[in-house]
Ligand binder design. Sequence first.
Ligand code: CNA
Length: 240
Amino acid sequence: MHNQLETLRQFISTSNYIVFFGGAGVSTESGIPDFRSVDGLYSQKYKYPPERIVSRSFFMSNTADYYDFHKARLLHMDAKPNPAHIKLAELEKIGKLKAVITQNIDGLHQSAGSVKVLELHGSVYRNFCMECGLNYEVKFISGSEGVPHCSCGGVIKPDVVLFEEALDDDVMVESIMHIKNADMLIIGGTSLGVYPAAGLLNYYRGSKLVLINKSETPWDERADLVINGSIGEVLNAIVL
Ligand code: CNA
């Protein structure tokens, strides 16, 4: 681990366009469960399989069950950024990191002070009426009984990308631009099993691809540095 941290430090000190690409594992140290770890949401028992609940067709057909899951398992309004979020925000502040591209929907990168955050899968903090488009804050959702409805009567939907839904074109284009320009790409806390998000990594052309993850990923072979560990601890060990 010592040598790996030293290599990570060297990579950072010789880079000026770092991009971070992350997933649910970035927030587990803030107490938010991921999907695919042994104690993740996919391993827990619900009335329906979680991977089915977070799909567009389930949202449309079983809206009340979707919201039971959403409010109980996807809303973590008391969660605080951990050292991984904080170090990434610091790297941006000193001008080394140009973008955080995240599959997370929890808003913790912004809470830590990151400014350029590209949310591939949206955010639970934005919600809109499916009929009239009116926006609603997350507190309206958490404080509602059952399915939250707009004043016009329409159903309110969280602005998160469910399975079977397309990713936002502008967010995709900007993410690709940053990954293409990056001289260092740090990937962390993601199983890299969700597409098209994981496919974005193919746009990286540099020679400092770093993977920080607790478990193996399909990209380990292609990485210039793999650190199997907790991302909060690893990034916390980097002194800027
Ligand atoms: P995932 O498939 O659950 O994978 C998480 C990965 O992170 C696994 O490979 C773990 O081994 C690894 N991991 C867990 N904790 C740590 C840690 N502390 N340090 C390093 N590695 C760790 O999650 P992905 O993000 O790859 O899958 C994409 C889904 C998960 C997206 O659509 C998200 O919206 C969705 N999700 C987001 C959140 C959130 O916003 N915090 C929570 C749960 C699920």
